[in-house]
Design a protein around this ligand. Structure first.
Ligand code: ATP
Ligand code: MG
Ligand code: FE
Length: 346
């Protein structure tokens, strides 16, 4: 089954063609450079950029692959979660194509997409498995029983881990997006230099809390500045590296502990990592050192937002006979989506 995927939920414009488990082509245009001067994604600008880039990227996909829309079995588009204006661009574009070519249309949950990136990377992967879903907007632990049944067993009670990376990077005067910046400078630092809190580490659940860590880093910076540096002085590079490495280690300690606890408690050996933070090199290294489980991590290009993962969910849904009509509407909120989603996420 050949499916066209469209992704515009945040700051990546992407179109892809996926045939069952194989990526025919996956084109991603990242808007990072546009948003960098603002230090974060500006929703209105993101929507306008999608509007400008999506048709160009779509034509490029058609030219590169020589695939005609007539030969496609369906169109899968991110329905949410994400920025409403950004989502609207993708959903409207997908509706237009579906109407023009008389193709089935299916709205996809972006978070399910991140998980399904692993089926593209590991075609032999089969449930049951435990998922650690770590991205800019979400931090979840899920138990996946079948390709369509997910149970959320843990979540962040405040900030998502990607959000914590981005906010801490900003405190340290590092660039945007903060995750990759912290990853890079942390390599030069000592992860034991500062003892930051590991919130909820000892709680008997699978939930997370990351907002306190950001405050702890802020207090540490204020303490270091006291008497030594003026408010405008830059922190010395070695200290920034130590702070980044120590904060990163604190987050990773909790992630690794909670996901392995979830797997152990549920008698499951397979652990799937999904979402933008799955690209973190220290997390990948730490998982490699963790014995007793089989870890699945997507290649870097499938960790961040892309349309191939959306098309792959589309293959699954369309094969099972699910589709949406032209009334399909974007839904910005993940938990709202669960109430009306095609998959049984509970
Ligand atoms: P969601 O998927 O929850 O809707 P999103 O699509 O914005 O949110 P993703 O694109 O999946 O999120 O991931 C982006 C996040 O991943 C950002 O917060 C970014 O800082 C983080 N990130 C990317 N690379 C790394 C890295 N190497 N280390 C840590 N974090 C990273
Ligand atoms: Mg992004
Ligand atoms: Fe994402």
């Amino acid at each position: 089954m050949l499916v066209l995927g469209i992704e515009t939920s945040c700051d990546e414009t992407s179109v892809a063609l996926v045939e069952d488990n194989a990526i025919v082509e996956n084109l991603v245009y990242s808007q990072i450079e546009t948003h960098r001067v603002f230090g974060g994604v500006v929703p209105e600008i993101a929507a306008r950029e999608h509007l400008k880039r999506l048709p160009i990227l779509f034509l490029e996909l058609i030219q590169k692959t020589n695939v005609k829309l007539e030969d496609v079995d369906g169109i899968a588009v991110t329905k949410g979660p994400g920025l409403i204006g950004a989502l609207l661009v993708g959903v409207s574009f997908a509706k237009g194509l579906a109407l023009r070519y008389g193709k089935p249309l299916v709205g996809v949950n972006h978070i399910e997409g991140h998980i399904f990136a692993n089926y593209l990377a590991y075609p032999e992967l089969k449930p049951p498995f435990i998922v650690l879903m770590v991205s800019g907007g979400h931090t979840l632990i899920l138990k996946v029983e079948t390709t369509e049944e997910f149970t959320i067993i843990g979540r962040s009670v405040d900030d998502a881990v990607g959000e914590a990376f981005d906010k801490i990077a900003r405190l340290l005067g590092l660039g945007y997006p903060g995750g990759p910046e912290i990853d890079k400078v942390a390599k030069l630092g000592n992860p034991q230099a500062f003892q930051f809190p590991r919130p909820k580490f000892h709680d008997d659940d699978y939930d997370f809390s990351f907002s306190g860590l950001k405050t702890a880093v802020l207090y540490e910076i204020q303490r270091l500045r006291k008497g030594r540096l003026s408010d405008t002085d830059k922190l010395p590079q070695e200290i920034v590296a130590d702070l980044a490495a120590s904060a990163q280690e604190a987050m990773i300690d909790v992630l690794v502990h909670k996901v392995t606890k979830a797997a152990r408690d549920h008698g499951i050996e397979k652990i799937v990592i999904a979402g933008g933070v799955a690209a973190n090199s220290r997390l990948r290294e730490r998982l490699k050192e963790t014995a007793g489980f089989e870890f699945f991590l997507p290649p870097l290009e499938l960790c961040s937002d892309n349309a191939a993962m959306i098309a792959r969910v589309g293959v699954e849904l369309l094969k099972k006979g699910h589709s949406d009509d032209l009334k399909l509407e974007p839904e910005p909120n993940f938990f709202e989506m669960l109430k009306s989603g095609t998959s049984k996420i509970s």
